[in-house]
Every structure is written in structure tokens, then in C-alpha cells.
Design a protein around this ligand. Sequence first.
Ligand code: CA
Length: 160
Amino acid sequence: MRGGALAVVVTCFAVLLGQGAASAAPDRDRLRIPETSTNAKVVRVPARAGTLAIGSGLTNTVYTWDRGDPPCDATGSTVYAGHAWRSGPGTADRWGTLRRGDTIRLDRCSFTVTHREFWSATRPIGRLFSVSGPGRIVLIGCKVGDYSKRTMVFARLTNR
Ligand SMILES: [Ca+2]
């Protein structure tokens, strides 16, 4: 189900999805990261032509697939995308500073960062949308100052 890229207003984002995940689950959480002062509402968005239809909210907003794996159960991988913004306060501006051991919280569960990487914006990420494997979340943000890269933060479920 991979398709063409979706043009999104401000960003580097054209997030291609892999095969479909399981059942949709409501997600009314906020996503909070104390180390980066992130406090973002979670917005569930559809995929169009295999691409996550990320909105244009630059600040205090993260986007997740409305058919993606639910984040607080024991298994599966849930992806949250946020904008970084070169000339202003983007949600993901400071995600690149996250380190192993930092905490990411949703309302119902929390996660511990295992690693942070910078990926080429053209590297496929469909495999991150998984309904199996250990419970984890992946944050994806544009890399500030270099939109050819994405900031990738991987965190494992540590508290349900
Ligand atoms: Ca899950």
C-alpha cells in the first residue's frame, strides 16, 4: 500500500506507511516529555495513498495513524510525528537532545528512551508501524536545520 508522497505544508514530512496495522483504538492522550518541555496533544490522522496525512500544527501537537497500534498495550509499535521548525517553536525542535533513559509519558502509560538516531528523510519507515514485538513508541521529527534528515527517538514501554 505504498503510494506517492503527500505534500504537507511546512515540512519534510511524507511518512510512508507499511502494511496496515490492527484495530483502531481511541487515543485521547497527551504526549509529554519532561526533558524537552514537550506537552503535545495527540491527533489521530488517516493515511491517504499510503502516506500519513500529517496536519500542519507546528506546536504542541503530534500526529499518529488512526489505524495504528494502540500505544499502552504490551506489544506493538506506535509512531508519533511532530514538526520541527527552523524559524520558530516546533513540537519536535528539541527531540534530538533526548538520550537513553529519558522518559516519555502518555496519560495511561510511559516509556523510556532506548536510543535516538538521525535517518535520511528518504529511508522507509513502514516497518515501524508494527502490531507485534515489544511495546514501544517511535517519535519522528524533522531534524532542525537539516530537513533531509529525520530525528528518530525509540522508547520502550516501561509503565502501564
Ligand atoms: Ca501497542
